[in-house]
Write a protein that binds this ligand. Structure first.
Ligand code: 5RP
Length: 292
């Protein structure tokens, strides 16, 4: 960083809060240091139709945010025990939850689905819980990689599928949030990376071969980024991404069959679990999907 940038940085009193509000925006990092080019953000505004938000966030992030806000506003009540999902959309949900807890003096307990979720809960000074103390949750909120017309989900793009499924399974209501790009008629239409399968490391080769022999396609070992070798999940396992062939699958039966393969810990197929899905749009509206 050169001297002129440092001067600008000091002048603007660049704070962590400012950095937070710009997360996901399209403006290159160096422009954060040039206040003359940007509107000053309204840090405490959560108005979903705020012009400021629309200007400084990418349309996809804005869509995620409006979905997250609506879900938190409609589902969270005082004294709730809440499952907190993982990914980028849940960040907006936790921000909104923290805002409501502060403004409305709500008492809620948050059960995380990953280290990421745990950090979010702690950083927002929300009460952290776990399934030992709270095995029954009022509600769980999470993102998804894809949601089909039957509300079957692919989850685990962020590698947190196992804890996400456990937490969702303990909740009376499982609420899914995402931008409209997550909605599809048929799984695989939108999300092209395949169905994540968490496996015990020593079993990844046999599981790979068995899944491919049973259903076709290819099950690829997910590799880490910024670390050599396979990605290691929060549970110390590997993840296979099964790119399935384009055919008619009965996902409930596929899920059960894969889970029966020795070495499989969990699949990213969430069948008959979601109670409601909120899809945010770039124009600030939110479409809701609930099965009758
Ligand atoms: C992580 C997940 C996420 O919920 C899913 O990948 C969606 O993430 P995002 O909100 O970033 O689109 O399943 O394991």
């Amino acid at each position: 960083m050169n001297a002129s940038c440092l001067w600008k940085l000091k002048k603007w009193k660049f704070s962590r809060k400012h950095a937070e509000i710009f997360r996901g925006c399209l403006i290159p990092t160096r422009d954060y240091l040039c206040p003359v080019k940007l509107p000053r953000p309204r840090i405490n505004s959560f108005c979903p139709t705020s012009q400021v938000h629309q200007r400084i966030m990418s349309p996809v992030d804005y869509a995620k945010k409006v979905a997250a806000i609506k879900a938190i506003d409609e589902y969270i009540k005082d004294n709730y025990i809440i499952g907190v999902g993982s990914g980028s959309t849940i960040v907006y949900a936790v921000e909104r939850l923290a805002q409501r807890v502060k403004d409305e003096k709500l008492h809620v307990v948050c059960v995380p689905t990953s280290y990421q979720a745990r950090q979010l809960i702690v950083n927002h000074k929300l009460q952290l819980g776990d399934l030992d103390i709270y095995p029954k949750l009022d509600c769980a909120i999470d993102g998804a990689d894809e949601v089909d017309a039957n509300m079957t989900l692919i989850k685990g793009g962020g590698g947190c599928l196992t804890q996400e499924k456990i937490v969702a399974s303990c909740a009376k209501q499982f609420i899914v949030i995402g931008d409209e790009s997550k909605e599809s008629q048929k799984l695989g239409e939108k999300y092209k990376k395949g169905i994540p399968i968490e496996v015990i490391p020593m079993a990844y080769c046999p599981v790979q071969q068995k899944v491919e022999a049973l259903f076709g396609g290819s099950a690829e070992l997910r590799m880490a980024k910024m670390k050599a070798g396979p990605l290691v999940s929060d549970n110390g396992n590997f993840i296979l991404d099964w790119k399935f062939p384009d055919s008619q699958f009965d996902w409930a039966s596929v899920n059960t069959t894969i889970k029966m393969i020795p070495g499989v810990v969990e699949t990213g197929l969430f069948v008959n679990m979601a109670s409601k899905v909120y899809y945010g749009m770039a124009d600030g509206s939110v479409r809701e999907h609930k099965l009758q």
